[in-house]
Every structure is written in C-alpha cells, then in structure tokens.
Ligand binder design. Structure first.
Ligand SMILES: *[C@@H]1O[C@H](CO)[C@@H](O)[C@H](O)[C@H]1NC(C)=O
Ligand SMILES: *[C@@H]1O[C@H](CO)[C@@H](O)[C@H](O)[C@H]1NC(C)=O
Ligand SMILES: *[C@@H]1O[C@H](CO)[C@@H](O)[C@H](O)[C@H]1NC(C)=O
Ligand SMILES: *[C@@H]1O[C@H](CO)[C@@H](O)[C@H](O)[C@H]1NC(C)=O
Ligand SMILES: [Cu+2]
Length: 260
C-alpha cells in the first residue's frame, strides 16, 4: 500500500502523469469502465461497453470559454448508458488525485431521445452537487478536493445522489474538478458519461438553474480568477462555488407536498 503510493508519487514527480481523471463509475456493486487516455482509442471508441465521453488527455482546460469545457476534448460520445434509478448514488472513481484546492461540482443535462448526437456545448446543464472549502482558510484549509484523496493506493471515491424526483430519461452527467492552486490560472478537469435514469419522478429544475458550458462561468469570477496566496486569502474562510445554486429536487417536492 505504502509502496504503491510512493510509486505513484515518484511517477508524478517528473512526468505527464501529473493530473488525473475520472476513470470509472460505480452504481451499487456494478463497475463501469471509463475512457482511458493511456490506452489505444481504437480499442475503446464505439465499443458497446463504453459509457463515457472521450477525454484525450489528462491535461486541464485553462480557459472558461474553451469550447470543450462541457465534456473535455474531444468529447466523442459513447454508444451506451449507465442505468440508474433516481435517488441512487453514482460514484466517480479516480485512481489518484493530486491537487488539493478548489471546488468539485456535478451537473446533469437532459439529452432527449438520445445522448449520442447531442453536442455538450449546446445543452442546458444543472448542478446537482457541489463541495468546496470544508474548514479553515482558503490556501491551507481542508477542501473536499483534498479530503477525497487517498494515499494508501485505494481509489478516490466521489459519490453523488441522482435527485430522487428527477424525471426519468437520458441524461449526461458531468463531473468537474476545478483546481486553483496556481495564481490566476484555474484548471478545469471535466469528464462526462451517459445515464439512463429510471424512476417515478416528475421534476426538472427551473430555468434559472440551467446553464451552458462554456457560458456558466465568467473569466472574471473572483472564485475562478483567484490568487489564493495573498494575505487576504489567509484570512478568508469562505469560498463561493461558481456556477450558481444546486438543484437536488427536494425543494420543489417539499413545496408541493408538505409533510411528504
Ligand atoms: C476502470 O477503468 C479503466 C479504464 O479507465 C479500466 O482499465 C479498468 O478495467 C476499469 N476498472 C473496472 C473495475 O471496471
Ligand atoms: C451517497 O452519496 C452521498 C453524497 O452525495 C453520500 O453522502 C452518501 O454517503 C452516499 N451513500 C452511499 C451508500 O454511498
Ligand atoms: C433506458 O432504460 C429503459 C428501462 O428503464 C429501457 O426501456 C430503455 O430502452 C433504455 N434506453 C436506452 C437508450 O438505453
Ligand atoms: C488578517 O488578520 C490579521 C489578524 O486578525 C490582521 O492583523 C491582518 O491585518 C489581516 N490581514 C488582511 C490582509 O486582512
Ligand atoms: Cu494537474
């Protein structure tokens, strides 16, 4: 275990393995293999088992207006979907993650009849989950991004719940890690998969939760274009996660169904 983490660290020290990405998804006990940028694309693209959009490299996206901010580059769609019931968890698996500072968010977008011909840059995304600074100050505090890392060789697990009342259908799910450890040079790490959501829900978020990528973020957002190493940041113990409020489906149910 220790050996593995040292090996990982060693390999990270001087090489291109420096970032990381979303390798697999689990729902209950079922594992879904994601795209692997280190393997031959020809053996992955279009395979019946593929459920994740292609991300050609582990490198970050630096520009909030990058045309591939939604589902990474090139975002080639897979043929298959992860089946999941609304209310169940989907867990993103990273085999390692290094960067400690910045928010993590999860988004969904409805595809309509199929996700395959959908351009992730044109659909309406809504945020269903977020976590940022958990305690302490901005440069040195505990962020979820740091807390979710394991250094004993076990994978880093990121579970989120598909909103119980979400109406069934085909959706894209987008996991984004935003790393802000370099001054005024944010790094975005998005990956997307296709979901086939079942259940009995009827809800969908209101208009003000719907965003596009690019579009959801401003280059001038002080949470994105940020220098975390100033004296002021040492005194700052709050961090506003970009992209607006989350929609978890519960608020609307409670409004119409008091006592449910
Ligand atoms: C996880 O995904 C990687 C490719 O990203 C694949 O090689 C591996 O087999 C997957 N693991 C499981 C348990 O599905
Ligand atoms: C489901 O995900 C939530 C986070 O969204 C987490 O708090 C909870 O522990 C997860 N449940 C299981 C069974 O993994
Ligand atoms: C989605 O799942 C439903 C069953 O819940 C199934 O009937 C349907 O064919 C699936 N759609 C796709 C595109 O896989
Ligand atoms: C940070 O807080 C300390 C202690 O309260 C104070 O002396 C200092 O002026 C603050 N610095 C800034 C940049 O706000
Ligand atoms: Cu990196």
């Amino acid at each position: 275990m220790l050996a593995l983490s040292l090996a990982v660290l060693a390999s990270l020290a001087g090489s291109a393995v420096a970032h990381g990405g979303l390798a697999n998804y689990t729902v209950g006990d079922t594992w879904y293999r994601g795209y692997d940028p280190d393997e031959d694309p020809a053996e992955q693209l279009g395979q019946a088992w593929m459920i994740q959009r292609q991300w050609a490299s582990i490198n970050p996206i630096f520009d909030v207006l990058d045309p591939f901010l939604a589902c990474n580059n090139p975002g080639t769609p897979p043929p298959s979907y992860i089946p999941i019931r609304a209310g169940d968890n989907i867990t993103a698996v990273y085999w390692y993650w290094l960067h400690p500072v910045g928010p993590m968010t999860v988004w969904l977008a409805a595809c309509g009849d199929s996700c395959i011909n959908v351009d992730p840059a044109t659909v309406q995304w809504f945020k269903i989950w977020e976590a940022g600074l958990l305690s302490g100050n901005v440069p040195e505090g505990m962020w979820y991004q740091k807390q979710f890392q394991n250094w004993d060789g076990s994978p880093d697990l990121w579970p989120v719940t598909i909103p119980l009342n979400l109406k069934p259908g085909l959706y894209m799910i987008r996991h984004e890690i935003l790393s802000i450890h370099i001054e005024n040079k944010p790094q975005f790490y998005p990956e997307c998969a296709h979901l086939n959501v079942s259940g009995t829900g009827h809800d969908y978020p209101p208009e003000d939760h719907l965003k596009t990528f690019p579009g959801a973020y401003s280059p001038f957002d002080p949470s994105i274009n940020i220098d975390i190493y100033t004296d002021e940041m040492k005194n700052t113990t709050t961090y506003e996660i970009p992209g607006g409020p989350i929609w978890d489906g519960f608020a609307i149910r409670d409004k119409y169904c008091l006592g449910c």
